[in-house]
Design a protein around this ligand. Structure first.
Ligand SMILES: Nc1ncnc2c1ncn2[C@@H]1O[C@H](COP(=O)(O)OP(=O)(O)OP(=O)(O)O)[C@@H](O)[C@H]1O
Ligand SMILES: [Mg+2]
Length: 327
């Protein structure tokens, strides 16, 4: 696959689970992922992320629509699709009794490598994922981050051109999350196309070239992290005060940098200000507070949360209001 070629394409995919009385899990799902990029499929519980991954990796059949991976149709060329993909499921697939190295050798043998080839591949992957030193320990002793890295390593035994990773860091602490992010970045540097699902906007932001926001089986917004965020109103500056007394003074002071409605929470003595230019806003507010002789408990920049993103996209009543985002 050359430049500009879609490694993953889905058009109008519908899937309703047998016996499901509710809506379809995927309901007109469209997706296009360019070769050699990371796409983040973002959505809350039940949005259809795992269903999409299962259909694209041929574990599940679609009811309607079309999808192809690495140029092969998932319905009519499932075997070829499987030969070109790796899959890291939502729940770890490693064997706890085995060591990290034994796990990798086992996966390699299952992929028809000779025992010598399997040992070489296992050692190379242990090194790539910084697991060499712990390779001899039983996987049951591994931290969550190490398990996920081992899971990733196992999915790369045969160097897939497209890798699906379903919620790689759910339940991990920040250090574990960073370890997994580094591992995924190194894969893409080596040319693999990655479709990653996540519930965390920050994760998609850190890793993805493009983000697709999924809600009730449909993509409701799509774009680069930056374009998506600016369409969603940029960042927030949070100011937590030592008491509620100064809140109206501070609300007045921050007005010049506010790019929309200021959110005031009296209970927590917190003011949240929508901003665009992070550094300028932070400096201006810090100076204004200092001049007024007000020392805040906390002053911090933050990205919109997934909740806020969805609130912006769907509105308070939950009315569907698809957002066009420029690339
Ligand atoms: N095997 C199944 N049988 C019936 N319904 C299912 C099955 N698997 C998923 N669903 C339903 O399909 C919808 C989409 O589920 P899916 O697992 O794809 O969501 P998800 O985005 O991966 O969620 P999560 O973040 O919780 O993993 C949900 O309403 C879910 O209840
Ligand atoms: Mg899921």
């Amino acid at each position: 696959m050359g430049n500009g070629v879609s490694a993953i394409a889905a058009h109008g995919v519908r899937k309703r689970y047998a016996g499901a009385r509710e809506k379809a899990a995927l309901d007109g799902f469209d997706l296009e992922v360019q070769s050699g990029t990371i796409c983040g499929l973002l959505g809350p519980n039940g949005a259809g992320k795992t269903t999409a991954v299962k259909i694209l990796s041929t574990l599940l059949q679609l009811d309607e629509g079309r999808a192809s991976v690495a140029g092969f149709d998932v319905t009519t060329q499932a075997r070829q699709v499987r030969e070109h993909i790796g899959l890291v499921g939502q729940y770890a697939a490693i064997d706890e009794i085995l060591t990290a190295r034994q796990n990798l050798v086992m996966f390699a043998r299952l992929n028809h490598l000779s025992s010598r080839q399997a040992a070489l591949r296992a050692d190379a992957l242990l090194e790539q994922f910084s697991l060499t030193e712990t390779g001899k320990a039983s996987a049951s002793t591994f931290s969550g981050g190490m398990r996920r890295r081992l899971d990733l390593a196992a999915s790369l035994i045969v160097s897939p051109s497209v890798l699906f990773v379903d919620e790689p860091t759910t339940g991990l602490d920040p250090a574990g999350r960073r370890e997994v992010w580094a591992a995924i970045r190194s894969l893409v540097a080596a040319g693999t196309t990655v479709l990653l699902t996540t519930q965390y906007l920050e994760e998609a932001d850190q890793l993805a070239d493009r983000i697709c926001m999924l809600k009730e089986g449909r993509v409701i917004a799509e774009g680069s992290p930056d374009s998506l965020k600016s369409a969603l109103g940029g960042d927030w500056l949070d100011i937590v005060l030592r008491s509620d007394n100064d809140i109206s003074v501070v609300a007045h002071l921050v007005k010049p940098v506010a790019q929309g409605d200021i959110d005031i929470n009296h209970q927590d003595s917190r003011i949240s200000v929508p901003i665009i230019d992070r550094t300028k806003a932070l400096v201006a507010v810090a100076m204004a507070l200092s001049e007024a002789g007000i020392e805040p408990e906390d002053l911090a920049l933050r990205r919109p949360t997934l909740d806020e993103v969805f609130f912006h996209l769907t509105g308070p009543t939950g009315s569907e209001n698809p957002l066009e985002v420029a690339s």
